[in-house]
Design a binder for this molecule. Sequence first.
Ligand SMILES: Cc1cc2nc3c(=O)[nH]c(=O)nc-3n(C[C@H](O)[C@H](O)[C@H](O)COP(=O)(O)O)c2cc1C
Length: 347
Amino acid sequence: MKRVTYISRFSRHLTGKEIQKIAELSIRNNERDGLTGVLFTYKDVFYQIIEGPDETLDARLSKIFADDRHRDLFVLKVELNLETRAYSDWAMKTVILDDSQDFLMRPVSEMLGSITDTWMILEKYTPEKILRSIQLGENPLEEKVMHVTKTILFGDLFGSTTFSEKLESSLVFDMLETFFSIAIESIHSHGGTVSKLLGDGLMAVFNADETAASLEAVRQISAKLKSLRASRSANDPFSLLFAGFGISTGKVLEGNVGSVSRKDYTYLGDTVNTAARLQAVTRKVGRSVIFDESVLAAGNLSNVQPIGRYVPRGKDTELRLYSLTDLAVRLELPYDELKARIRDLAQ
Ligand SMILES: Cc1cc2nc3c(=O)[nH]c(=O)nc-3n(C[C@H](O)[C@H](O)[C@H](O)COP(=O)(O)O)c2cc1C
């Protein structure tokens, strides 16, 4: 058995009657299916704990999570391999805390509200890996540093320094947000994890057996950026929104680094450095993506094109570099010309 605890927000105003309807249906279904738990509401927040046999619970949760009466759903905890239930008497005990006359419930309700607000904010700033670990009831601070094989993807926006010098800051932020939205969505939908945002760039991680998917993600990002550029007029800064990506696969150190008071969950090692360097090379070769032989070894790659050889700074081994033949990854403007065009924009 397992137990899942989550919070969510009403997607619109819900009356007490509407919440009661959810409760009645839940109790009917849950009694039949052997699910138990509690559902609290306070102001516009749902807090639900639901437990039962794994498969039945997963099937029900996929319906609950898709329910358009709530949004911003955040799983606080998943408890696995349970022997006993914590709420065996309740098919879904529902409490509308706003209605509660119980004086003691007031601070509990307030706490629920502030936990929800805090988590919804922290979720956006916290690395996905840490969130997942907390949700599984683990303590990420206790995780040991590990040697693992991963595919590392670095990406960044071209010319952001020049954009920052020339354009209003709000416009630069709009451009960054557009780039990140496109990139992060594609990385997630291809099974990758965004490890960190780095100013005008990002670092993402894929499992080594998902290397081909990392290239697919970059293909998709490149195609989206290209059509965005094409849709804008020549004097619109978004017509100059280009990005480059470097990918490398290999052994990395994964884990917590930092001090007692401040931690970062990160990936370190040669593979990481190589991916970062390859990303920088994209500017010189007019392609939005560059990868090395380690990526080629993943197999199942289509439209691969050798680009040349390269010795990364501080290294003596030469890397063979590759890109894709896809039109979407070919950059219409050489980097120097791009920078000149950005400078011209503001005049
Ligand atoms: C916050 C929230 C909690 C819910 N909890 C349950 C639940 O515990 N059990 C349940 O069957 N439906 C629950 N629902 C309703 C489901 O989203 C969905 O409408 C319902 O399971 C569909 O039932 P059906 O399979 O009988 O059509 C909940 C909905 C919301 C918004």
